[in-house]
Design a protein around this ligand. Structure first.
Ligand SMILES: Nc1ncnc2c1ncn2[C@@H]1O[C@H](COP(=O)(O)OP(=O)(O)OP(=O)(O)O)[C@@H](O)[C@H]1O
Ligand SMILES: [Mg+2]
Length: 440
């Protein structure tokens, strides 16, 4: 992509409505624009990041055996009456009437609808286990939308729903999501800690929140420090195998959000030098809720003994749009964002220090063409701007690598390669700059 033809509305001033660094940087780097309280438009660079996050989540859900669908944002109110949630959900739910006076809601979550889909088609235990998921916009009329996309009113969520014949099966489904979440977040460059959590309006009795530690996080959390450096299961993990050892390696150590925290137990179970009390951002939450929806909605299957049983369910959410903010909270410096490679909007920034200079232009075009052919996403700054301004905006938008091409270096046949995260710069021949990125 040539920057001269792109749409990258970078702001010079720091917007003063933003209280936390990720919100400030998202506005300054031209990732999002607020359209109403807690409602954002995603600008080109932000939308690329959002799509990268969504795709990682999709790949890990698929790997874990979940099946993608797409449910609508609008749902009939009657579905919510079947489960009693129409009244229980309260003012967070946006309620709408169509021209026929039919009541609808803008879905804040999808347990009710997915259960309706399940019961329409699945009648035998032989179809189980089943896990259906989608990534769709949700609306929750939060009392205090804030921190940009971290607590929006309209936000993008991946939500998965598992259906099993019995508790043991449901536990296996829960474990599959637990492991898939560890993998997904780690691919985004995030270290997350699963913590025991309250279940809230989703219901149920077993739940974990996946927490990114950050001072600006909204949740208080308490855990054993050993949870900070646990190995992440590899891509070759067999999701049909028993995942309990991976899960219990973590769950045997104390980790709880403030809602379920027990200070006496924390002090009893965790040696003083291993106690961590901190703040964190919830980027995902998983729930096992058993028959909470299948009983009222009569989602039953015929078991091997010929008797009908309500299915055992779980639901599994990831805050796809919140993650864009959470990743920035975890990865930035004074100059701007530092995108982890897995979610970066572009792989490489190419900076032309002297547009109009035939040699510099030719070298840039060559690098641009070769790396594009090697399937790299390049943002090529071909604008006629001061070098300082170019460096500042590239540092701000946080693309992981920069290739800087100027007349002085080119006289020696050299260009500069800079790693955004470390600031380390290397002067290398054009060919090796190309080779370095073309093969990765
Ligand atoms: N208002 C919001 N804005 C952005 N993301 C959100 C919002 N509410 C929830 N999410 C994301 O969706 C995920 C799944 O939703 P869940 O129902 O668990 O949310 P929640 O527990 O109500 O979130 P919170 O406690 O932060 O309000 C959350 O883990 C979070 O990452
Ligand atoms: Mg939650």
């Amino acid at each position: 992509m040539r920057l001269s033809r792109y749409f990258l509305p970078v702001l010079k001033e720091t917007p003063n409505e933003a209280q936390i660094v990720s919100h400030r940087l998202m506005l300054r780097a031209g990732l999002i624009r607020q359209e109403a309280a807690g409602i954002y438009a995603w600008l080109p660079l932000g939308f690329r990041v959002l799509q990268k996050i969504e795709q990682i989540v999709r790949e890990e859900m698929n790997r874990a055996g979940a099946i993608e669908i797409l449910m609508p944002t609008l749902q009939p109110a009657d579905l919510w009456r079947e489960t009693g949630r129409y009244d229980a959900y309260g003012p967070e739910m946006l309620r709408i009437k169509d021209r026929q006076d039919r009541e609808l809601v803008y879905g804040p979550t999808n347990e009710d609808m997915v259960t309706e889909i399940f019961r329409a088609y699945v009648h035998s235990y032989k179809a189980l286990p089943l896990n259906l998921y989608h990534t769709q916009w949700k609306f929750r009329d939060e009392v205090r939308p804030r921190f940009g996309v971290m607590r929006g009113r309209e936000f993008l969520m991946k939500d998965a729903y598992s259906f099993d014949l019995n508790k043991e099966g449901a536990r296996r489904s829960y474990n599959r999501m637990y492991v898939a979440y560890l993998r997904a977040f780690s691919r985004m460059g995030l270290q997350t800690i699963p913590m025991r959590a309250e279940t809230g309006p989703i219901g149920g009795d077993l739940s974990h929140e996946f927490i990114v530690l950050a001072e600006t996080g909204e949740s208080g959390v308490f855990c054993h420090k050993d949870l900070l450096d646990m190995p992440i299961p590899g891509a070759d993990i067999d999701f049909d195998s028993d995942l309990e050892p991976i899960v219990s390696q973590r769950t045997k150590l104390y980790a709880a959000t403030e809602d379920v925290h027990d200070q006496a137990r924390f002090e009893r179970e965790v040696p003083a030098d291993k106690r961590l009390s901190a703040r964190g951002i919830e980027v995902g939450q998983i729930f096992y809720f058993g028959t909470k929806y299948s009983v009222p909605m009569k989602a039953v299957v015929t078991g091997p003994d010929g008797r009908d049983v309500p299915i055992e369910g779980g639901s599994y959410g990831i805050g796809v749009s919140r993650l864009a903010g959470a990743i920035i909270e975890a990865s930035h410096d004074d100059a701007g964002i530092i995108w982890p490679e897995g979610v970066a909007p572009f792989d490489i920034a190419l900076i032309n220090l002297k547009p109009g200079d035939a040699k510099v232009d030719a070298a840039c075009e060559e690098i641009y063409a070769k790396l594009t052919a090697a399937k790299k996403d390049i943002l090529y700054d071909d604008r006629d701007e001061r070098a300082g301004a170019k460096f500042a905006s590239m540092d701000l938008i946080g693309i992981p690598y920069q290739i800087v091409v100027g007349p002085r270096g080119l006289e020696k046949g050299l260009v500069e390669v800079k790693v955004r995260a470390t600031g380390v710069k290397d002067e290398v021949p054009v060919e090796s700059a190309v080779a370095r990125f073309a093969k990765t």
